[in-house]
Write a protein that binds this ligand. Structure first.
Ligand code: COA
Length: 633
């Protein structure tokens, strides 16, 4: 997930969502299947960590990233902030009061700070892509059949959502907050001039019954429920999609490209666009729809790596020369079905993290496997409705400006996506190590190998153990990770010393991860303290301007594990101009990676990172294996 322009994201925030109250949790997250088996316990509240605990952990994360002199300054600032008369102690009280007054003290702050207040473009900086298992379409029929099955599979999933039978997620023995699942269909972000809003149309009294299909930059509304409220079957959907394609053979003015703009600019253009009655009606149909399906042509400028081509198609549609006008980036779920078999989606991040989206994809894949043959045709379909836009001179100019801005963003982003086949979770588990921590340490080592210094490193951890929980940051760069990277690259050290450094780095990471999923990380607490100061009209405390804070939250590595049952992977842009994005799907015997970097940074290159990462993974594998064999002798 990324922040822009997104000043806040630059400070290392990615991922979250919001629901109003605990009672909504009960009504929306108790699948009947689970209720039959006995009600799960109500979820606990996100804790406000003890101030001193957070400050101690914070200092530990700063240490590897600053000089000794800088560290002494940071230590002094932290001491003053946290003493009994310090500003931190007063702000802590405010957080504790907010905790008493709300279900989740962070939820409303988070959704604004991490998403709706961010003014940078959603494309590249915020919305991830999810690449589905790739296919080869030979004909238009192949493409439309697949698109129809994606639609049918999603409508099938929606039945589970509506009937509240989505199986409840767990982390170990803990039941997780499921409210994100109920927020991804029928949702849209609406641009504003200074802050966006989010509308959950699917939860309103008259929920939408249609989807929108984009083709050649045209938008069409398709009602997806028949007379008796039954979802259209695959045959019927193919019929409707074919009608759309036949009625949009040439590209039209790419109004959708406006949604790729900086949010202030789009917010102003949106107001202008909406003044026209026809436009207003079309905008409402797009915003209200259950989800959007973009039917694309073949990839423009394909490379030799189809996984990377697919990732770029999902993240930014290859810009104005490609299919960026054939999108509505404000829509939460937007499937992308390319002419030759590139398939996936992009999603607007405000309402949910990756796991519910990956879960939807897995359901679609299962649905497709179970419904190989289209069901019988039906009669009396409403013709897809073309959504018209009247585009005057002013809006045309906005579109031209959006094209220029997007062109430069697209030119700047480079990606390398691949399946690492050396080994997967099974091997790591066999070595009695945490797969996630192992991969995180490989990423640290790869960074150190290239740059000769550690990089501040963000990993998303889920806080869905708590009511309305979203994420916490795992600060994966630690003193132990740096000692490990140095040890691995030191030819003087023997295998046992390297293995020891590896275990110690993995333990440190796992320990931080455990704290993070229990709401006891550093970043959300510090964010709360900062926002409490701002809300009280106080100056932002010195701690947040200090080099220790700035460097440890300049996340040069933005990483996330998004597991899926199928061979898919998520991908997103870096959080900072001189950083990397790295999302992975660990599987039994392989790991899928989506890597990104910016061309404008001379220091970073995703292909170089791939090589360093593969080398690191294999070196760690060999060290662990040798040590394991020695132990057995
Ligand atoms: N020995 C053997 N097996 C071990 C082990 C060890 N020392 N440590 C862990 N394992 C096992 C676990 O039991 C687990 O087994 P399972 O596959 O049977 O369930 C498996 O290895 C994976 O555990 P691990 O790799 O340690 O971590 P995780 O999968 O629990 O993931 C987080 C850790 C932090 C990524 C996860 O808790 C989380 O928060 N995920 C959400 C992230 C998110 O929201 N991303 C999207 C952002 S948009």
């Amino acid at each position: 997930m990324a922040l822009s322009a997104a000043f806040i994201l630059r400070q290392g925030l990615r991922c979250s969502r919001v629901v109003r109250s605990g009672s909504i949790f009960i009504s929306h997250t108790m699948p009947s299947r689970l209720l039959h088996q006995g009600d799960p316990p109500a979820l606990p509240q996100l804790p406000v960590p003890h101030l001193q605990d957070t400050l101690t952990k914070y200092l530990k994360t700063v240490k590897p990233l600053v000089t000794e002199e800088e560290y002494m300054v940071t230590e002094e600032i932290v001491k003053k902030f946290g003493n009994s008369t310090g500003i931190g102690t007063k702000l802590q009280q405010k957080l504790e009061e907010k905790k008493k007054a709300t279900d989740n003290w962070l939820a409303d702050w988070w959704i604004n700070a991490a998403y709706l207040d961010c003014r940078g473009p959603l494309v590249v900086w915020s919305s991830p892509g999810l690449v589905f298992p790739l296919l080869e379409f030979k004909t238009l029929d192949d493409q439309l059949n697949y698109a129809a099955k994606v639609i049918a599979g999603t409508l099938d999933y929606k039945i589970m959502v509506d009937e509240k039978t989505v199986p409840v997620d767990r982390m170990g023995k803990d039941v997780l907050d499921m409210s994100q699942y109920f927020k991804i269909l029928g949702t849209c972000r609406i641009p504003g001039v200074t802050r966006d809003t989010i509308r959950f149309y699917g939860q309103e009294p008259d929920p939408p019954k249609h989807i929108v299909v984009a083709h050649n930059n045209h938008f069409f509304k398709i009602d997806v429920y028949g007379k008796h409220g039954k979802p259209l079957n695959v045959r019927q959907l193919v019929h409707q999609l074919r009608n759309v394609v036949e009625r949009s053979t040439h590209p039209t003015v790419p109004v959708g490209i406006l949604t790729t703009q900086n949010r202030n600019v789009w917010g102003k253009a949106y107001k202008m666009l909406r003044k026209d009655k026809v436009n207003k009606a079309s905008l409402e149909e797009i915003q209200r729809c259950i989800f959007l399906v973009a039917l694309d042509g073949p990839v423009v400028n394909p490379t030799s790596n189809i996984m990377t081509d697919a990732a770029l198609e999902c993240v930014h549609g290859n810009g104005p020369q490609g299919y960026a006008g054939n999108r509505w980036y404000d829509k939460t779920i937007q499937f992308i079905i390319g002419k030759k078999g590139i398939v996936g989606l992009t999603y607007e991040h405000t309402p949910a993290e990756g796991p519910p989206i990956a879960n939807l994809m897995d359901h679609i894949m299962d649905y497709m496997a179970e419904h190989a043959d289209p069901r019988p045709p039906a009669v009396e379909l409403t013709r897809p409705q073309r959504l018209m836009f009247n585009v005057g001179q002013e809006v045309k100019q906005e579109i031209e400006d959006a094209k220029i801005a997007l062109e430069s963003l697209v030119g700047d982003l480079e990606m390398t996506c691949f399946k690492f086949t050396g080994f997967g979770k099974n091997f790591i588990k066999s070595q009695k190590m945490s797969p996630d921590s192992f991969i995180q340490m490989a990423i640290q080592l790869a960074f150190y190998r290239i740059h000769g210094e550690p990089g501040a490193h963000y990993e998303s951890a889920s806080t869905r153990k708590f009511v309305q929980g979203r994420t916490e940051t795992i600060r994966s760069c630690s003193e132990e990770s740096v000692a490990f990277a140095k040890a691995m690259l030191n030819p003087e050290l023997d295998n046992a010393e390297k293995a020891q450094a590896l275990r110690s780095a993995i333990d440190a990471h796992k320990n931080y991860a455990k704290n993070a999923v229990n709401g006891l990380g550093v970043d959300r607490h510090l964010l709360g303290l900062k926002l409490a100061a701002i809300e009280a009209g106080m100056d932002v405390p010195k701690l947040f301007m200090d080099v220790g804070y700035l460097r440890s939250s300049h996340m040069r590595l933005s990483t996330s594990q998004v597991p899926a049952r199928c061979e898919a992977f998520m991908c997103f842009g870096p959080l900072v101009p001189d950083g990397y994005g790295c999302c992975y799907n660990p599987r039994g015997d392989a790991v899928f990676f989506g890597l990104s970097a910016f061309n404008s940074s001379p220091e970073t290159d995703s292909a170089t990172f791939r090589n360093a990462l593969e080398e690191s993974l294999m070196d760690m594998h060999d060290v662990a294996l040798k040590e394991g064999l020695k132990a057995k002798l």
